[in-house]
Write a protein that binds this ligand. Structure first.
Ligand SMILES: Cc1cc2nc3c(=O)[nH]c(=O)nc-3n(C[C@H](O)[C@H](O)[C@H](O)COP(=O)(O)OP(=O)(O)OC[C@H]3O[C@@H](n4cnc5c(N)ncnc54)[C@H](O)[C@@H]3O)c2cc1C
Length: 414
């Protein structure tokens, strides 16, 4: 059994690894480069808008069993709110049509056979393309194994897959798309109920995890960026944080739970994803009109999803690299125009903030998917975690939590 496990990176993968170990009474120290935990899933006080905002609205589905299990384990299940039904309202800003994709509550995809529950101008047989996706094939761009056109693709598959993969679905890995479909739509509405964190990501995922770890004797070092691992033979012997060094004893272990680009700078020979996709989020300080929400899909707009919280309206654009040259001001105006059109809130733009995460996720292409390493490294006491490790899922909370739990299991077995 390890004596102390040093976890490098306080994102959800690192926190899940620490929780998995602390639950087995193992001493953990989380070393986080910044002054707050949460990584790409965090809240902060924003002076410009006068709000506490999330770096980006995060959505879980009821089929994300590892992420929801993690929340239960740290006593935070009530910090996320799940919709009772798997209903996704949409509006098309060109045709002005509104509809609700209603996946129901059961395990069977009966919605496909009900005109009122599927997308407009689609037939049951249009959804058969989904079945094609389920056939095992080598990992290829999705566009090479199914037709990526037509109303069922544009109105259902594209918005859902783009949100899950953060990559243009036609170029995305068919294996990752299959994993998403297998764990969501293929399980019926029961696995697709959306969950949001209305009080913020840190309050749901991060603060309860920190409290759990502190209650279990876990320690945290913030502003503690690992620069280098000193190795001898088959083990890491020292962690070099620049200003200070920490010896790794023969019975200690290290879990590296940093983003792939940071992992490659610490272990230069590591093969890992090196292409990324951006996500843009805009937050407007305005209460939504009554009776609206919690979320709305937008077709043919700038925004792709709009979320309605008690004190704000937020919007998300995935695969948003094409917007990285725009100023925040331009983006806020473009997105506000969409919000205004679909909600009829007053035209004047309220206080706002735009968050551009350039390296929000690794690009979910077959080439990048092939670069994902497993938990094991060349050093017996160094394991990997992170949404970019080989979990079989795209870069999501579910992937991060599974990777962290897997690293904890690996440490226990080593
Ligand atoms: C805008 C946005 C929206 C998203 N939306 C969703 C969504 O709706 N649903 C969903 O499931 N997922 C979503 N994701 C993805 C999700 O946030 C990530 O998959 C998850 O948070 C990754 O966790 P992680 O621990 O693997 O990595 P990270 O969160 O990146 O954590 C790594 C941590 O390591 C730290 N670090 C880096 N280098 C060092 C070092 N040398 N030493 C010490 N610490 C270091 C970093 O500061 C960071 O805290 C979204 C991501 C973004 C950016």
């Amino acid at each position: 059994m390890p004596r102390t496990v040093h976890i490098i990176g306080g994102g959800l993968a690192g926190l899940a690894a620490a929780v998995g170990l602390a639950a087995r009474s193992i001493a953990t120290v989380v070393h986080e480069a910044t002054d707050q935990a949460g990584g790409r899933c965090r809240s902060y006080d924003d002076a410009a808008s006068g709000m506490r905002i999330d770096n980006g609205t995060h959505i879980l589905l009821s089929g994300n069993t590892a992420a929801l299990g993690f929340l239960s384990h740290i006593g935070a299940a009530a910090r996320v709110t799940g919709s009772p039904k798997a209903c996704f309202p949409f509006v098309d800003l060109v045709s002005k049509q509104r509809w609700t994709l209603d996946l129901g509550v059961g395990r069977l995809p009966l919605w496909v056979f009900d005109r009122r529950r599927r997308a407009p101008h689609t037939r049951a047989r249009d959804y058969v393309a989904l079945a094609r996706l389920m056939w095992p094939t080598p990992d290829q761009p999705l566009g090479q194994i199914m037709s990526c056109s037509g109303p069922a693709y544009e109105q259902v598959m594209r918005p859902l897959l783009l949100a899950a993969l953060n990559t243009d679905p036609t170029a995305a890995s068919s294996h990752l798309a299959r994993a998403v479909v297998r764990e969501s739509i293929a399980q019926g509405g029961a696995a697709c109920r959306p969950y949001l964190a209305p009080q913020g990501l840190s309050g749901a995922f991060v603060e309860p995890a920190i409290a759990y770890l502190k209650n279990h004797g876990g320690a945290f070092r913030f502003g503690h960026q690992l620069r280098r691992c000193v190795t001898a033979a088959d083990a890491v012997t020292e962690l070099d944080f620049g200003g200070d060094r920490i010896a790794v004893g023969p019975d200690d272990a290290v879990v590296l739970a940093v983003p792939s680009y940071a992992a490659r700078s610490i272990i230069p020979q590591l093969q890992a994803p090196d292409e990324f996709r951006a996500i843009v989020n805009a937050h407007f300080r305005i209460a939504p009109p009554p009776g609206i929400g919690p979320m709305l899909g937008i077709l043919n707009g700038t925004a792709e999803w709009i979320f309605f919280f008690a004190d704000r309206i937020s919007a998300t654009i995935s695969g948003a690299d094409r917007f990285m040259q725009h100023t925040k001001d331009e983006l806020a105006k473009m997105i506000w125009q969409d919000v205004q059109r679909v909600t009829r809130v007053p035209a004047e733009m309220p206080p706002w903030q735009v968050v551009r995460e350039r390296r929000a996720t690794f690009a979910a292409t077959p080439a990048q998917n092939a670069k994902r390493p497993g938990v094991r490294t060349a050093w017996r006491n160094l394991s990997l975690a992170g949404d970019w490790t080989d979990t079989g899922l795209p870069a999501t909370i579910e992937s991060a939590v599974r990777s962290g739990t897997r690293a904890a299991d690996f440490v226990m077995q080593s």
